[in-house]
Ligand binder design. Structure first.
Ligand code: N7H
Length: 499
């Protein structure tokens, strides 16, 4: 099968999305579900090829509109993808929980059954992994992401995306009907739902892009930097942009994936979904309160914005701090990726622990070994004038990021980035001489703390190399839980998994 016709489109090149519904499901009747899934794959799943075609049409519409000086009418078709948690694969008879394998994790080909998907963290699920290790706080997690009586509640997720809310609603209905309707009730106008369906949807989440287009809730431009994938992305990186990575960092059984996955997993990818609540008024208040405490920020034309830029590694409009630590007024830099943090023994421009430097260290490492593709979407309400005035989030108003990412190995992707880099004061390492005993500091956006860890803080440049300034941080991103999934290829959906 041609790769692009076999890969699900959200993994690569990404489904165009202004709106997204996450239909978390539980399998009730595996055999019937398999039958329905087989036809679903053909009728509904959006492949990489289809997503590429949609993206090209959007580009073409934009070009034409620009040429004729009219606003572009861009309407991407809805997209649909599906992924399974290990409990879902188990319900289909394709996964066996194996304590020994889970404890030791990965590559235990002798312990894993033939055809069993490798990856201990996938087997465990996010709750056992991150609560088990002390990172996530059970009382902060949403109930659907917590096991009930020892049982995980989510077997898989159907993700539906669209440009318009009404298209999304229509598509979500069709997707649900496919699995819930009575046999033979095929006309959408008179559809009858089964009393004993093969699937149930215990929980649904909704994402939508913000009115301020391209910006996430803290006000930063998002969706700028993604790894280029060898053999798929045709763009040639310019200047100091990161080189393309082996497709095996994202896809199972591609060159660069050493997980030794079974044949059926080829062209699939592990998916992480994580609900990250954002405390926006609190973030703004902290910036306001601390803008005069950080060297360089204090002297800048806009101390608050400079401090925000230091935490992220990009100004809110996307300008990389490494390319311009002084201001964000040069439009040619707004979405630039042309930087590599050199000279890497200093952090005079971009703090070592800035979010984007922690998450993609570029020149700080001499190879890319932990790389993810991000496909998240914001959720929740805009900040109200009352919340702004009170500088505090209302308990009833929640907002955040449905963080979504893909990788060929969760331990080496999402988990590694979160626990070994974001939450580790000493990464990037070998910078100790320059930033004192506390190391570069924690990732202000997604760094988490175990009980024995130092308080949250970040090292900032202060112009008196090799000393540093240090500033204590609050916590503005609350992990509310999530799950680990596998997004299979189209072929696996039609053959192995439904066989
Ligand atoms: Fe981050 N943000 O919107 O403020 N992230 N992130 N992230 N992040 C990035 O380059 C953000 C989170 C990565 O290649 C940007 O597209 C927020 C997790 C990676 O240069 C912005 C949250 C993980 C990159 C944000 C959040 C990552 C990246 C810059 C949580 C991984 C690319 C825009 C609420 C475990 C780095 C861009 C590169 C960039 C934000 C979470 C990873 C603005 C708000 C959990 C790999």
């Amino acid at each position: 099968v041609a790769r692009k016709a076999n890969i699900q489109g959200d993994v690569w090149p990404g489904l165009p999305k202004r709106f997204q519904t996450f239909l978390f499901f539980k399998i009730r009747k595996p055999d019937e579900f398999k039958t329905r899934l087989r036809s679903f794959a053909d009728e509904h799943i959006t492949t990489a090829q289809e997503a590429c075609d949609m993206k090209n049409q959007i580009l073409e519409a934009k070009t034409q509109a620009q040429k004729h000086g009219v606003p572009a009418k861009i309407l991407a078709l809805p997209g649909v993808n599906i992924a399974f948690a290990s409990t879902g694969l188990a319900a289909l008879g394709k996964f066996t929980f194996n304590e020994a394998a889970v404890k030791k994790d990965r590559n235990l080909s002798k312990i894993f059954k033939k055809n069993q998907l490798r990856g201990g963290l996938f087997g465990k699920g996010m709750y056992d992994d991150l609560v088990g290790e002390g990172w996530d706080e059970p009382k902060e997690l949403r109930s659907q992401f917590k096991p009930s009586a020892g049982k995980r509640l989510i077997d898989g997720v159907l993700m539906v995306t669209a440009s318009r809310a009404e298209d999304l609603r229509y598509k979500v209905l069709r997707v649900k009907e496919h699995f819930l309707k009575e046999p033979g009730s095929d006309d959408p106008d008179t559809v009858r739902y089964s009393n004993d369906p093969c699937l149930e949807f215990p929980f649904t989440s909704h994402g939508r892009t913000r009115p301020e287009k391209g910006k996430e809730h803290f006000g930063f431009e998002d969706g700028i930097s993604q790894p280029l994938i060898e053999g798929l992305d045709e763009v040639t990186p310019k200047g100091k942009e990161p080189k393309a990575v082996k497709s095996g960092l994202i896809f199972a059984r591609h060159d660069g994936d050493d997980m030794n996955q079974p044949e059926w997993a080829e062209d699939g990818s592990f998916l992480v979904i994580r609900d990250l609540q954002q405390l926006v008024p609190e973030f703004e208040k902290w910036l306001e309160d601390n803008k005069h405490n950080a060297p360089f920020a204090a002297d800048s034309d806009d101390p608050k914005e400079k401090l925000a830029a230091y935490l992220m590694g990009r100004w809110r409009n996307g300008t990389p701090v490494d390319e311009n630590p002084h201001h964000d007024k040069d439009p040619s830099l707004f979405r630039s990726n042309n930087f590599d943090f050199h000279p890497v023994d200093k952090h005079e421009r971009c703090p070592f622990a800035a979010h984007i430097r922690k998450m993609r260290p570029r020149g700080d490492l001499n190879h890319d070994h932990a790389v993810i593709i991000r496909r998240g979407i914001s959720y929740g309400d805009e900040v109200t004038p009352e919340e702004k005035a009170a500088q505090k989030s209302d308990d009833e108003k929640e907002r955040g990021l449905m963080f979504v990412c893909y990788q060929s190995d969760i331990r080496n992707g999402f988990n590694f980035l979160t626990t070994r880099w974001a939450s580790n004061h000493h990464f990037p390492d070998r910078k100790a001489n320059f930033v004192g005993e506390h190391g570069p500091g924690i990732d202000a956006i997604v760094g988490q703390r175990l009980n024995h860890h130092p308080e949250r803080s970040i090292g900032l440049p202060d112009g008196k190399h090799p000393t540093e300034a240090r500033i204590g941080l609050d916590r503005w991103v609350i992990p509310r839980g999530g799950e680990y999934f596998f997004t299979p290829s189209i072929k696996a959906l039609k053959e192995y998994l439904t066989g």
